[in-house]
Write a protein that binds this ligand. Structure first.
Ligand code: 5RP
Length: 217
């Protein structure tokens, strides 16, 4: 089974976490896209969605799913999104698609965060995938210098601007032994909007697609 087939299957499985008549939080990326397409089949029993990126908003809109601004709605029952890495403790690295800040906001506004991945994303320790850090452009060099002090090798994501008008530093070579601590420390750097560690608010459920079927942890 190829990776896309695994993503398709796990994304469809997440539908069972979506209550009837709900406004659902929707993530970003290829796995989230499979979820959006599956969600469209439930359109008639769905109030709508809050999107974590302009790309996901466009896909939801194309399916005729009503979009809400997070400021107009209260707590969401569920947020469904992919990840670049996950541990068995459900700590994640996200932001490969550059939508980490809005993803973190919508996840924080949701009772349940269901993370949908294929088994290539499972790691023992986070950090093989470079950690995305969204920065205010004016602070880019200053933040990069501070990230080097953390033992990382920041690389500017060339030609990329986030939906919030900012830039991304992808930080290679970090040794992430305490993901929650590192998440807090990087977020405290002046000029950082957020970083792609989801450890202080990890996923509540990870659904992982393997060649043998689905695993939940
Ligand atoms: C986007 C993300 C995605 O969830 C992450 O990059 C995984 O993407 P994909 O489902 O395409 O493998 O964090 O910012």
């Amino acid at each position: 089974m190829d990776q896309d087939e695994k993503k398709y299957r796990v994304a469809r499985a997440a539908l069972s976490f979506v209550p009837a008549n709900a406004i659902v939080g929707v993530g970003t990326g290829s796995t989230a896209n499979f979820f959006i397409d599956a969600l469209a089949e439930r359109r008639t029993t769905l109030r709508g969605a809050v999107a974590s990126s302009e790309a996901s908003a466009a896909r939801l809109r194309a399916h005729g799913i009503t979009l809400f601004d997070l400021n107009e709605v209260g707590e969401l029952p569920v947020y469904v999104d992919g990840a670049d890495e996950t541990t068995r403790a459900r700590c994640l690295i996200k932001g490969g698609g550059g939508a980490l800040t809005r993803e973190k906001i919508v996840a924080a506004a949701s009772r349940q965060f269901i993370c949908v991945v294929d088994d290539s994303k499972l790691v023992v320790q986070l950090g093989r995938f470079a950690l995305p850090v969204e920065v205010i452009p004016l602070a880019r060099a200053q933040v990069a210098r501070a990230l080097i002090q953390f033992g990382g090798r920041p690389v500017l994501r060339a030609g990329f601007v986030t939906d919030n008008g900012n830039q991304i530093l992808d930080v290679h070579d970090l040794v992430i032994s305490s993901p929650g601590e590192l998440e807090t420390q990087i977020n405290q750097l002046v000029g950082v909007v957020t970083n792609g560690l989801f450890a202080n608010r990890p996923a509540d459920v990870v659904l992982m697609s393997t060649a043998q079927g689905l695993e939940r942890f």
